[in-house]
Design a protein around this ligand. Structure first.
Ligand SMILES: *Cc1c(COP(=O)(O)O)cnc(C)c1O
Length: 451
């Protein structure tokens, strides 16, 4: 066994999994990245079709971003963000205000997605306390939602594996049955969906609006739920009722922001402006931990005053507004603009969808192919008619992932859902390799396991 692997196993506790797995499937030590490819210390290469947990936008070791970092490092790497600021932070804030929905005018910096969610929840609650809405102290979340894993963020998650054990520590959140287009209980026409499933949200709001501070959603796509895509009509209805009942709408665009859905921000599909927008992951091109919460003048103004009034938002993260992170984000956005990344991604997304659909036709195991923008997901089912899936403990996705790794493809399935969310710079040839390898892995798994 390689020395690095030995030491990794000895010293490191990896995220989101069972360490026992690592003894069988050893940690893969990556030495180099280039474009969509990752190279390990044994000379194997892997196509990173999940953008290293949905972060990488323009490929690994992107020349322009590398240059921007080098340039920034020679001036200022980081400076305390209280009372101090930096050119890249200021330029980035201006840029973000210009490209996000119109009501978002203020930028609060942080350093990871969960923190951004915490900030939005705290700001919403604090706003209501200041306004004398002392009953408004609960949050609403959708079934299968994912918003991060610190305690506040976990409180608005609805993924049992992540939060079941911690329930005694979590906030008293209201959970609403959300959209589920693949297993829709309403007779919706897919391409002309009127989001009848909004009914449960409407009932919840009617019943609880006096107590609700904010509703948090992942606009258009519930990523960690298995790339569950839903209608923009749902978001428009939600915006309308939030306005009517003075409830904040928090758009968690941590995963879907920066072009993944074929629009710069997922909210753009519904043409809505949320009260808070959380951004992270793709913001810094997959290079640095970084996040922001964007909000409105109305909320900002409510916090403006003197200390004695308890108006100040006393929340900070040490690395807020890190200058290198901001320089990266700025260069990332510059490339997005100059190379028309979002517009050009639509055609690539269509190609991924088309090829995946073609392949899935001959597969007995694919229940649904769903896609939006650069995201395409494949749900493996036991029975196409009943849409019954394989139970979690069989780890069908994980086994397919292991087969794909040997063939040079890095998938990271969620349960029975395999998905592609590659860096935008992926080529046609690479797209073909990605899809062919994925389907070969699926078929091989089912032949070997005799399922
Ligand atoms: C990844 C993610 C988060 C959490 O971000 P971290 O940086 O991992 O804390 C929150 N919400 C959504 C939608 C995400 O995809």
């Amino acid at each position: 066994m390689n020395e690095y692997v030995k030491k990794d196993l000895k010293y490191i506790w990896h995220p989101c999994g069972q360490m026992k797995d690592y003894e069988d499937l050893n940690p893969i030590v990556i030495e180099k990245g280039e474009g969509v490819w990752l190279y390990d210390i044994d000379g194997n290469k892997y196509l990173d079709c999940i953008s290293s947990w949905w972060t990488n936008t323009l490929g690994h070791s992107n020349k322009r971003i590398n240059e921007a970092i080098k340039k920034q490092i020679d001036s200022i790497e980081h400076v305390i963000f209280a009372n101090f600021s930096s050119k890249p932070a200021i330029e980035l804030a201006e840029k973000l205000v210009n490209i996000t929905p119109e009501k978002l005018t203020k930028v609060f910096f942080s350093d990871n997605g969960s923190s951004a969610v915490e900030i939005a929840l705290k700001m919403s609650f604090h706003y209501n306390m200041q306004k004398g809405n002392t009953k408004k102290k609960r949050f609403v979340t959708l079934s299968d939602a994912y918003h991060g894993e610190t305690l506040g963020a976990l409180s608005v998650c609805d993924i049992d594996q992540f939060n079941m054990i911690y329930k005694p520590l979590l906030l008293d959140t209201i959970r609403v049955e959300g959209p589920d287009c693949y297993r829709c209980k309403y007779d919706c026409i897919r391409d002309n969906c009127s989001a009848e499933c909004f009914e449960s949200m409407e009932n919840c709001i009617m019943k609880n609006h006096e107590e609700i501070s904010a509703i948090i959603v992942e606009p258009m796509v519930q990523g960690a739920a298995g790339m569950k895509i839903y209608s923009p009509v749902y978001l428009r209805k939600l915006r309308e009722l939030c306005d009517k009942y003075e409830i904040h709408l928090i758009a968690d665009e941590i995963a879907m922001g920066f072009g993944r859905t074929g629009e710069m921000f997922a909210c753009n599909h519904a043409q809505i402006s949320p009260d808070f927008m959380c951004l992270s992951k793709g913001i810094s091109a997959g290079y640095m931990p970084m996040s922001v919460v964007m909000t409105t003048d109305e909320i900002y103004d409510c916090f403006y005053g003197d200390y004695s009034e308890r108006k100040s938002f006393l929340h900070s993260h040490t690395y807020s507004g890190n200058a290198i992170g901001c320089a990266i984000a700025l260069e990332n956005l510059k490339i997005f603009e100059e190379d028309n990344i979002v517009e050009n991604s639509r055609e690539k997304g269509q190609l991924i969808r088309k090829l995946t659909l073609e392949k899935s036709k001959t597969s007995k195991h694919v229940g649904e192919v769903r896609s939006i923008g650069m995201i395409t997901a494949i749900e493996i089912v036991k029975d196409k008619w009943t849409k019954e899936g394989y139970p979690w403990h069989m780890r069908v996705g994980y086994e397919i992932y292991r087969i794909a790794l040997k063939k040079g493809l890095l998938l990271r399935p969620i349960g029975n859902v395999l998905y592609f969310i590659p860096p935008f710079i992926i080529s046609k040839e690479e797209i073909k390799f990605m899809i062919n390898t994925c389907f070969q892995s699926i078929e091989e798994y089912f032949i070997e396991s005799k399922l």
